[in-house]
Design a protein around this ligand. Structure first.
Ligand code: SF4
Length: 265
């Protein structure tokens, strides 16, 4: 069954801020082709949300869609998750391959309807070959439990599969080189929702450079999959004052997830 993208936008915005959603719902013309209506609704959301309006045309012009993995310099269309993991484990597409102990492909339930995407492996992840196993990972597990997800029931991955030295921020060329792997993972898992954990994950998925505070309040899509944006658990460890906002993000995300997952059944 085709998802009601306009309904998702409306519910998300009404649940979150009460802005934009009603206008988007009213103005979207159901008689137009679905893709045109969806695009139109998103543009309206950008205009009517006060938080997003300050971003101006740059946000409105940003691409809301990713590209299939095969159009990013490497054709992975024939690979399942196990085969993809094997390719990643030998990957030398960027300079991070030289400093890694292990690649960190992703973990969790490959049939999950929700995927959490972080930035890159840290020291513990690099040693164990698993995402989010350090202190930030323990906090993520608690965050998931707080909204009713067992960690093993969701899928968790990162933008980068190899650890940047000293946990520095990923560079653009590294993110571009690694992008096809996450794209293929998402093609295979086909979640109904993605949660971007932190600025880097959001920028990598959405191809935007918008501030995290703005992205948290907006509605986003990756290949037509709704993307919710919240803080990276590491940021919450550094600044516990952010936990209240993160909790609101998670509750909103869970609500939208429940509605979206129900509609897709
Ligand atoms: S970060 Fe990604 S692209 Fe770079 S070497 Fe590791 S797996 Fe390959």
């Amino acid at each position: 069954m085709e998802r009601d993208a306009l309904g998702e936008i409306r519910r998300y915005l009404l649940a979150r801020r009460g802005v934009g959603g009603e206008v988007a719902y009213r103005m979207a013309d159901a008689a137009r082709p679905a893709e045109e209506s969806r695009k139109s609704a998103r543009e309206i959301v950008m205009i009517t949300s006060p938080a997003l309006r300050s971003e101006g045309a740059a946000v409105g012009q940003a691409s809301l869609f990713g590209e299939p993995s095969r159009r990013r310099g490497i054709d992975l269309s024939g690979f399942d998750l196990a085969a993809l993991d094997a390719v990643v484990s030998k990957c030398e597409r960027c300079g991070l391959s030289g400093g890694r102990t292990r690649t960190v492909f992703g973990s969790g339930n490959p049939s999950s309807k929700i995927v959490f995407v972080g930035e890159a492996p840290g020291r513990e992840e690099d040693l164990q070959g698993l995402p989010f196993v350090g202190r930030a990972g323990q906090l993520l597990t608690k965050m998931l439990a707080a909204i009713g997800f067992a960690r093993e029931d969701v899928y968790i991955a990162n933008i980068l599969k190899c650890r940047p030295p000293g946990n520095r921020e990923p560079q653009e060329d590294e993110m571009a080189a690694c992008e096809p792997y996450l794209a293929r993972q998402l093609e295979l898992i086909r979640p109904v929702m993605i949660c971007a954990l932190g600025r880097i994950a959001a920028h990598g998925l959405l191809k935007k450079t918008t501030a995290l505070g703005i992205l948290r309040q907006g509605m986003h899509y990756y290949n037509e999959i709704p993307v919710a944006v919240t803080y990276h658990p590491a940021a919450l460890l550094r600044n516990p004052n952010l936990k209240r906002d993160a909790w609101e993000d998670l509750k909103t995300m869970r609500k939208l997830y429940d509605e979206t997952a129900r509609e897709g059944e």
